[in-house]
Design a protein around this ligand. Sequence first.
Ligand code: ATP
Ligand code: MG
Length: 261
Amino acid sequence: MLQLQGIELALPNGNGGNNNGLSPVLRGIDLTLEEGKFYAITGPNGGGKTSLARLIMGIYRPTAGHIFWRGEEITGLSITERAQRGIGYAFQQPPRFKGLRVRDLLELAAREQPSDPNGSLLRRLCHSLRSVGLCPEDYLEREVDASLSGGEAKRLEVATLLLRKVQLVIYDEPESGVDLWSFDQLLRVILERHRRGGMTTAVITHHEQVLLQADEIILIAEGEVKARGPRAEMWPLITDRARCRWRRSCEEENDEAGCTR
Ligand SMILES: Nc1ncnc2c1ncn2[C@@H]1O[C@H](COP(=O)(O)OP(=O)(O)OP(=O)(O)O)[C@@H](O)[C@H]1O
Ligand SMILES: [Mg+2]
């Protein structure tokens, strides 16, 4: 369904003199996501998970390699063109849109789905908000600006994706900033949506509860896919901390060079 071939990604490192100011972020990524599967993508902080999602969404362009969606090369397509093909992404840090109300944001998302002759648009918007635990009467008229808390913004993003017509959806750490009780509900709706069929779901996560739901786990570290496979095979690798040799530790003696300059 989605195929990444020989993907390399370099991003500005803010250090102009070094490597033309670029640092490698993803290296030699060959990855296929199959239709209908529920994937968990995990790995140490800074490993490249969000960069991979941004690359699939078209926010970043690869330095080398190709991306195919259902046999069509989409490497050169814009974010909008990829979204039109049914690829959706919920940001690790959802963007805010000053001046745009929650109602406007949800209406834009709902436009993609054919409307149900028996249900009004407003009812669909309210249902999506309720399903992520946000009361429509409190949120519909609010602005999608910095006044939303981190957890509220994350939940609103999931509500938006529930309304969209997507075939591949990537949630970037849906657990982050969401309280324990709301996260149970959020994961439940993500799973329900997935099980209704017709879609592939990838959840970038550090949360055991999500990993336990995955058909397959993909481990990304140091900009590479280090391992992938069915949950049962991957579980020992994920849970045995001593075996996760990719987690970078920062010992004092290794750090001295950078701190004495
Ligand atoms: N826009 C950017 N410009 C330059 N470097 C970046 C940019 N975005 C990410 N990086 C770097 O790329 C590497 C991978 O970052 P990324 O955000 O993809 O990691 P991640 O696996 O999602 O980590 P986390 O678990 O902390 O969310 C990091 O070293 C990060 O500093
Ligand atoms: Mg990330």
